[in-house]
Design a protein around this ligand. Sequence first.
Ligand code: ATP
Ligand code: FE2
Length: 328
Amino acid sequence: MLCLGIESTAHTVGAGVVDGKCDVLSNEMETYVPPKGGIHPREAANHHAERVVPVIQAAVEKARVGFSELELVSFSQGPGLGPCLRTGATAARSLSVSLGIPIIGVNHCIAHLEIGRGTTEARDPVLLYVSGGNTQVIAYMAGRYRIFGETLDIGVGNLLDKFGRGMGIAFPAGPKIEKLAAMNTDPYMPLPYSVKGMDISFSGILTAAEAKKREGAPTPQLCHSMQETVFAMLVEVTERALAHAEKDEVLLGGGVAANSRLRRMLGRMAADRGAKMFVPESHLCIDNGAMIAWLGLLMHRSGIRMPVTRTRIRQRFRTDEVEVAWRK
Ligand code: ATP
Ligand code: FE2
């Protein structure tokens, strides 16, 4: 069975074609970069509306299939920015109606986890999902994907982007911050470490780092200290989730998964506990259509059906609202 998945929760509009064995036949995407400042939902949605058709066409072409061979279309139903989600949902509904194939709306966060299970050897992992808008630690327990810990304010990628913007680093700032941190030769500078129970908060770190910048702290030292602090917080919460859920696999997902310092820290923690770490290929870590296609397939195969009239987007769609019928 071939499924086309459409992603449009935030900056990226993507489309991917995946088959029933989780072979990714194509994974096309285009990312909206705001001219300045943060993301404006309506402007990002306009970008997606302009680009969604070419992206879908490219995905079908690259997969070397015809539209008539698609048997299912899936889309990111949430969580995400309303106008952006609506663009992807509308494209998916049009395809479903015009091709006469079933449509299925999927939870974006769960898609990050399932593409990891589908394309790596992870079977029952704790997912550390770190992106611009999301920061969650998720694992399967008693029929659902439970959130073991999450950010109480902004996503970690958003923290890095905001911090970078204040220093004149263009969006996305994460990769540049990683490079600057690697150049640092100064000692670690303490920043607020805020883990509250299993949850995390980042806003205090941003304020503190910006104040240190104004006092003249060197940028590489700040980038290094920022990374060490926030990654340690993420690793701590992930480790406790592993212990609590009694799992021995860690999966990394989201755009921040590209960071090699985070990978090393998480890998070290996993090794110390005798657990295994898995990181999907980069194009499957960031927001992408292939992961949406794969989760659509899993849901469809487990018997889940969604009439077009029940495909409204869900901006605040929670990971633990979904009954994970395909793992029973
Ligand atoms: P979501 O809708 O899931 O929140 P998103 O729109 O933030 O996703 P992603 O592609 O998952 O999109 O992630 C982008 C984020 O990843 C940006 O905040 C960017 O700064 C960050 N990022 C990318 N590469 C790195 C890196 N090497 N180190 C740290 N952060 C990175
Ligand atoms: Fe994402």
